[in-house]
Design a protein around this ligand. Structure first.
Ligand code: ARG
Length: 584
């Protein structure tokens, strides 16, 4: 289904092409944008102003000439010219109505599949084994999942990769410490959770920092581990399993699917990566380390800042692994787009890795590497997000607290409304609302900004929150129950007459463009804002236009608007990773 904006654009582009003989003057799309104010109609174009300069004509005259060739009688009212030469377009009610009829029958609510599906890798979440999964990883998980859902819905082939940090010097330290302090750790089948592992990690680090013999032991272990010592490998596996189980609990709570392919997967390729970069004369030896020098990267003192790919002790690092991963993803996975979702602090790392991979020829013109950065999560005080006692917040605790508070809110509301619900209903609802609130609070922010984490704000029933959106959906289901209407069996005729109906209808029509926008700029708050506005427009319509008590044909038409709103909300929220509920 072509959205009205797209149809207008296509038509106006064609008009201009025939009107202007010089192809170099053909303007690039979009020529038409949604009107900045309802008084200018639904869409507007300033193309006459831009072209008038080139053609040395008066913009208003040019606009008039262009409009003589515009034939959009089915779509809109006769276009008008405003101010210095803006062209304004107002959609015809008959057109809006027939568009809605198509949209409501389409399970995709008007969103097309892409013409050329690509293989897209989304590298997200990616916590580190034995270290705590922190709020930064939560952001990555939520944003990455949203982008993966979007690409899947658009019809791309998507590989959701969890690039866990499962290799590195931390294991030497940890294994050395555990062997010393808890000799039975790796042999006995004991109940350990990641909380313990993280505190072990802290203790190990302390030990490491204060004792040289211990440091040496830890290093020995790393060397033996890398050489494939079977006993150490099994200890390493044991630790990875432990972390993995803990991570999985979080993914289950969040309903996020990931394929784990950790850093260790790329170990066998690291020597070739360095070798190849040497052969291509990209890697040079600098103070004992193999480095690649790149354009545009300098230290604060202006000296060139290299990307180190092999340290002077022979070890490889984070960047080497990312280069191997990138090459593998292009050559073996056939990825055409690779998206990395991490905090903004890693921007330079990815810019360097991408540049090296391009120079090495691993990333060709046909492959797009995109870093999708995000800001920090702060506490309500605007400082680093921590528990009251100053420790990093465990994600599981954070999510469980959101669920607990959602349940509390529910209980208060039920009491106020004198409603009775079963415990299962309450648990399920609290879980959906709590988790959705956390996800939505994140996705509704411009991801580049830092945001303050506030349970109260994210769980509020008013404002740009998950509960507010879910409630709009629930309202529609309430109407259906009250009127005993089966929306699935229902094909409405639309007849719009009042202002709130038109406002809602026009917003519904913009859904496909909103989804497409998100696919282009990868800012989930575009979609969440769209859905928030949709809920607001629906609520205005609901408050001002009687639905069940209206006479036909208005009744059917309004039911149709309500149903279409619910469909778009459900679909839009599903792209954010948020499920709907029938009652709340
Ligand atoms: N493990 C890293 C961290 O916790 C994130 C990994 C991101 N992905 C990548 N391919 N480098 O910061």
């Amino acid at each position: 289904m072509l959205t009205p904006g797209k149809q207008l654009n296509q038509h106006l582009t064609a008009v201009i092409r025939t009107f202007l003989s010089q192809p170099e003057w053909h303007p690039s799309e979009p020529l038409i944008v949604p009107a900045s104010h309802p008084q200018f109609g639904d869409f507007q174009s300033n193309i006459a102003l831009t072209l008038a300069k080139k053609l040395n004509q008066k913009p208003r005259d040019l606009a008039a000439q262009l409009l003589q060739n515009v034939h959009l009688e089915e779509l809109c009212e006769p276009p008008t010219i405003a101010g210095p030469g803006f062209m304004n377009f107002t959609l015809k009610p008959t057109y809006i109505q027939s568009w809605l009829t198509q949209q409501i029958q389409d399970p995709r609510c008007g969103v097309p599949l892409v013409d050329e599906p690509e293989t897209i890798i989304v590298d997200f979440s990616s916590p580190n084994i034995a270290k705590e999964m922190h709020v930064g990883h939560l952001r990555s998980t939520i944003i990455g999942d949203c982008l993966a859902r979007l690409f899947e819905f658009q019809g791309h082939r998507v590989l959701r990769l969890n690039h866990v940090g499962d290799w590195g010097t931390q294991f030497g330290m940890l294994i050395a410490y555990l062997r010393e302090a808890y000799p039975e750790f790796f042999t006995q089948n004991q109940e350990i959770d990641l909380g313990d592992l993280v505190s072990f990690y802290r203790q190990a680090k302390q030990r490491f920092d204060g004792d040289e013999t211990f440091q040496e032991q830890a290093r020995q272990i790393v060397v033996k581990l890398q050489a494939g010592d079977p006993e150490l490998l099994s200890a390493w596996r044991f630790l990875c399993d432990l972390s993995r189980r803990e991570f999985q609990q979080i993914y289950d709570l969040l309903d996020v699917q990931l394929t784990e392919r950790g850093e260790s997967f790329y170990n066998p390729f690291l020597p070739e990566i360095v070798q190849e970069l040497k052969e291509k004369n990209l890697a040079v030896l600098d103070q004992g380390a193999w480095c690649v020098f790149l354009e545009g990267f300098v230290n604060t003192d202006g000296s060139p800042l290299p990307l180190i790919i092999q340290k002077s002790d022979g070890g490889y690092n984070y960047a080497t692994t990312d280069l191997a991963a990138l090459r593998y993803r292009v050559q073996q996975d056939g990825a055409q787009r690779i998206i990395y979702v991490t905090d903004v602090g890693q921007s330079q790392h990815f810019a360097q890795v991408f540049q090296v991979a391009k120079k090495a020829g691993w990333v060709t013109e046909k492959v797009q590497c995109i870093h999708v950065p995000f800001g920090l999560v702060l506490g309500e005080d605007g400082k680093k997000f921590r528990t009251r006692s100053g420790e990093t917040v465990r994600l599981k605790d954070l999510l469980e607290e959101a669920i607990r508070r959602a349940e509390q809110d529910m209980q208060a509301r039920l009491q106020a409304e004198q409603r009775q619900e079963s415990p299962e209903f309450m648990h399920n609802l609290a879980r959906v609302i709590g988790i959705s609130a956390v996800k939505y609070a994140d996705l509704s922010q411009n991801r580049l900004s830092n945001y303050s984490f506030s349970y109260d704000k994210m769980l509020a029933l008013q404002g740009n929150t998950a509960p507010y959106l879910l409630y709009a959906y629930v309202r529609v289901q309430g109407i259906a129950r009250k009127g005993a209407i089966d929306f699935e069996q229902f094909v409405p005729e639309f007849v719009l007459s009042t202002q709130p109906e038109f406002m809602l209808a026009k917003h519904l029509m913009q859904f496909p463009d909103g989804v497409e926008q998100l696919g282009q700029d990868l800012f989930p708050n575009r979609l969440s804002n769209y859905l928030f506005e949709l809920s607001q427009k629906f609520n205005q319509f609901y408050d001002q236009c009687p639905i069940l008590s209206a006479p036909d044909p208005e009744r059917t038409s309004r039911l149709g608007l309500a149903h279409l709103t619910a469909k778009v909300l459900k679909l839009g929220l599903s792209l954010l990773g948020i499920p709907v509920v029938e009652r709340m």
